[in-house]
Design a binder for this molecule. Structure first.
Ligand code: NAD
Length: 493
């Protein structure tokens, strides 16, 4: 039943990666790391001390001096090798990702494909966007030009839900442009990046100190942001922490990209093609066990199509096969940990208290083979009103709230007013007019038209608005501007 063999069952206490070496943290504070499918610990993560963060940053400062002088035509060669390493180790990396996160192996492969896409995109940057501009003769005998320079050391702070993809929304761009980085993976899913760093060390052989990795949580993040030699930080995670990081970075005068949480709506117009809509909605709401910032959360069928959509959607959801992500039959894995599972159960109970109508209840799902695993099934509530907590809060699990709207205007009003999130919104329709109205009037960063997960390709910004995003420049290709500074030279000879 298991697709991949040879995986380690125990990873021990993870080390920090500083100056090209694996170092035992002196910290006494640790947290167990789980295989959520089995519900058992498979390792331990130390919470790095402030002095260890300092060591990582100092190392990166030292490395920056030399790395920034390496011609970009040489730096880009490391990315070609990095891409090859990811391709060659794709299955093994996907399996480790699944083991620590819980998502299916196919979903893990998808994460890795997105990481590779970002390496490709950063390679293209070396030949295009890294270049500056010039204008001859802006005045008699005077020319003016602009070059983009790397800045130094950046902190990269990551969430649990895409343990490899999200670090690679930033790392390849930062380093190809001549910066060095200190990355902090999520303390819940740190094993995949630990694995990646071992592979990069063995097979890419970047100069020491170009990529450093520390572990931990709040205090580690604060130590990174407040460090005098950090130029800026990228953050992806929940909105309250994104807001805090944005503020703290501002106080310390640092550049920041802070991407936050989401509560995404999917509108189904009466003219939608349901043979396309239902499978796309199922994948949006329940893919990655609902733990995606681009997951559907509120389903809004319009007018008379409501009943048919709810019936077909819940029938398809009820057939999803739940199990360990490494089981080839599994279509939906567990929640990432007990806390996440309990949070989702809390919202299911709240939905019942608030008077929403349960159509499918995934609370009591059990997987006989893995009784300790953090499993829940798809849950669907109908007759949800926009002011209920299950329609407003980010639940981050496999729960769908179905809200009734009479027409598109009403749906857009719900989307724009009932939450402060603005990450993604999607519409299913066969009318270009509806689609155009929707994309122009909805206040969200990523819009899907006849698709349920509007994930921008690597060579586009990963957008987000309102409390889903703090800053100006976004992840992926936008980081070219973030990781460089413009210098203008006005010249007369
Ligand atoms: P989280 O906010 O709990 O943690 C994110 C990171 O912040 C982790 O590295 C964690 O160690 C650190 N952290 C936690 N508490 C902190 C604090 N008080 N101060 C400083 N740092 C702190 O998020 P998560 O649960 O790991 O990830 C899920 C969240 O990420 C969801 O809200 C999801 O929507 C969001 N997300 C957003 C995007 C996007 O692009 N907008 C992408 C993926 C995930």
């Amino acid at each position: 039943m298991v697709l991949v063999t040879g995986l380690k069952e125990e990873y021990g206490r993870l080390k920090l990666y500083i100056d090209g070496q694996w170092k035992e943290s002196k910290s006494e504070r640790t947290q167990p790391i789980y295989d959520p499918g089995k519900g058992v610990p498979i390792g331990e993560v130390p919470f790095a001390l402030k002095e260890e963060v300092d060591e990582a940053v100092q190392t990166a400062v030292y490395a920056f001096d030399k790395w920034s002088q390496v011609p970009i035509t040489e730096r880009v060669k490391y990315l070609f090798r990095m891409k090859q390493v990811f391709e060659e180790h794709l299955i093994e990396l996907a399996a480790v990702n699944t083991q620590n996160h819980g998502k299916t192996l196919e979903e893990s492969k998808g994460d890795l494909r997105r990481a590779i896409d970002n390496i490709d995109s950063a390679i293209s940057v070396a030949y295009t966007l890294a270049k500056g501009e010039n204008l001859d003769q802006i005045s008699p005998g005077i020319d003016e030009y602009m070059v983009k320079e790397p800045l130094g050391v950046f902190g990269i702070i990551c969430p649990f839900n895409f343990p490899i993809m999200i670090p690679f929304w930033f790392i390849p761009y930062a380093i190809v442009l001549g910066n060095t980085v200190v990355i902090k993976p999520s303390e819940i899913t740190p094993i995949p990046m630990d694995y990646v760093m071992h592979l990069l060390e063995e097979e890419v052989k970047l100069p020491s100190g170009v990529i450093n990795m520390v572990h931990g949580s709040k205090e580690t993040v604060e130590a990174i942001i407040s460090h005098k030699d950090i130029q800026g930080v990228t953050f992806v995670g929940s909105s309250p922490v994104a807001k805090y990081v944005y503020k703290l970075a501002g106080e310390h005068g640092k550049r920041v990209i802070a991407q936050g949480g989401a509560k995404n709506s999917i509108v189904v117009m009466p003219d939608a093609d349901l043979s396309l809509t239902i499978p796309a909605a199922i994948s949006s709401f329940f893919g990655n066990t609902g733990q995606r910032c681009l997951a559907g959360a509120n389903l809004i069928p319009i007018g008379k199509i409501h009943e048919e959509v709810v019936r077909k959607f819940s029938s398809a959801a009820g057939q999803i096969k739940i199990g360990h992500g490494l089981d080839e039959k599994t279509q939906m894995g567990p929640l990432v940990n007990e806390r996440a599972k309990n949070k989702v159960i809390g919202y299911i109970e709240k939905g019942l208290e608030e008077g929403a109508k349960p159509v499918l209840d995934g609370k009591d799902v059990k997987i006989d083979e893995y009784p300790l695993g953090f499993y829940l099934g798809p849950t669907i509530f109908d007759e949800v009103s926009p002011d209920m907590a299950i329609a407003r809060d980010e639940i981050f699990g496999p729960v769908a709230s179905v809200i009734h709207a009479e027409n598109l205007d009403e749906a857009i009003e719900v989307i724009n007013k009932n939450t402060n999130y603005g990450n993604m919104a999607c519409i299913f329709t066969t009318s270009g007019r509806n689609a155009r109205e929707f994309r122009r009037r909805v206040n969200a960063g990523n819009i899907g038209i006849n698709l349920g997960v509007a994930a921008p390709a690597a060579n586009f910004p990963f957008a987000g608005r309102r409390e889903s995003f703090y800053g100006i420049l976004h992840a992926q290709i936008d980081t070219v501007e973030f990781f460089t500074d413009k210098k203008v030279i006005i010249e007369r000879w």
